[in-house]
Design a protein around this ligand. Structure first.
Ligand code: PDD
Length: 295
């Protein structure tokens, strides 16, 4: 008998079941074509973080591929809370995927009467604390050519290009690939990117060439509240070389400092002072949301 590990209850098409019992059809269009949308939602001590923003982006992506959302926001919220409860109420990362569904044959054209497949899974999430700000897990990266398609703003599971780009980074012995399209920064292979130059924070504006990150948007909001100047403007590759600091953001990494890019140290190989300040503000924001649960 397989022993059910912690965080292994999943939601699949209406049922909460052990992960090892969850099965989908080989004709599922998510499997065959990557015809599918996803979200990754962090949950801190049982509280889903920025849930309405994640659901809003989910609708944006579903609308963009003309996939009719199977649930209302109230129903999504209920499913997410139930899954969190099934998996022990603690800090977790919720993965949510909706595929177009399984058709009777493999055909690129979308059949009219197809029912979406809905899958949610949970995995453990460790929560950075103020201690982490003192000893952060800094990341290294290389710049690579962004050869992805023209709809990177859709959070689609068609991630082969991102996988290949991340693999280039892995083979170079670094953590993340920083993507450059036509000489301009877009984002990371699974993150958004901010740079700091002369106390001003810069990040590329939203476009079809990058994913509008929920963490990115929140940081911009937090910096505005604390009068830290942040501009959304195009960033040429050369600006990365000259940056005082570079940060990457995502729901999984939160706000992580890069300490080297293309083998060159950033801020002498140490997380920068503005990163520390903004990371502390970010952690305080999370703490307010999860009080009194988040230590
Ligand atoms: N990815 N850009 C890309 C290409 C990403 O894959 C992600 C996150 C982000 C940051 O978005 P957010 O702040 O909303 O997490 C930007 C997730 C975590 C993933 O694919 O696992």
């Amino acid at each position: 008998m397989i022993k059910t590990p912690r965080n292994s209850v999943v939601y699949l098409n209406g049922s909460f079941i052990p992960q090892q019992d969850a099965k989908i059809s080989i004709l599922d269009r998510g499997f065959l074509f990557g015809d599918s949308i996803y979200e990754v939602i962090p949950v801190y001590q049982g509280v889903p973080f920025r849930l309405s923003q994640h659901l809003q982006r989910l609708h944006y992506s579903l609308d963009a591929i003309k996939l009719v959302t199977p649930f209302t926001d109230e129903a999504w919220t209920e499913i997410i809370h139930s899954l969190v409860a099934h998996n022990g109420h603690g800090s977790q990362s919720i993965y949510l995927q909706i595929t177009r569904g399984a058709a009777s044959t493999r055909d690129h054209a979308i059949p009219a009467d197809i029912k979406p497949t809905v899958l949610l899974m949970s995995s453990p999430l460790s929560t950075p604390s103020l201690e982490h700000v003192e000893a952060p897990s800094a990341l290294t990266a290389i710049c690579v050519n962004d050869f992805r398609w023209g709809h990177c703003d859709i959070k689609s599971t068609s991630l082969l290009a991102n996988v290949m780009l991340r693999q280039q980074a892995q083979e170079a012995g670094v953590d993340e690939a920083i993507l450059i399209r036509n000489g301009q920064l877009t984002e990371g292979s699974a993150s958004n990117v901010f740079i700091v130059k002369d106390q001003i924070v810069l990040t590329p504006p939203k476009s079809e060439y990058l994913l509008g990150g929920i963490t990115r948007d929140l940081l911009i909001e937090i910096m505005a509240q604390h009068h830290i100047e942040c501009r959304q403007e195009s960033i040429p590759q050369q600006a990365l070389v000259e940056a005082d600091e570079i940060w990457v953001t995502s729901s999984a990494k939160e706000l992580a400092p890069l300490t080297s890019l293309d083998g060159l140290a950033i801020n002498q190989g140490l997380p920068g002072p503005l990163w520390k300040k903004v990371a502390e503000l970010y952690i305080s924001f999370k703490r307010q949301l999860c009080v009194p649960k988040l230590a």
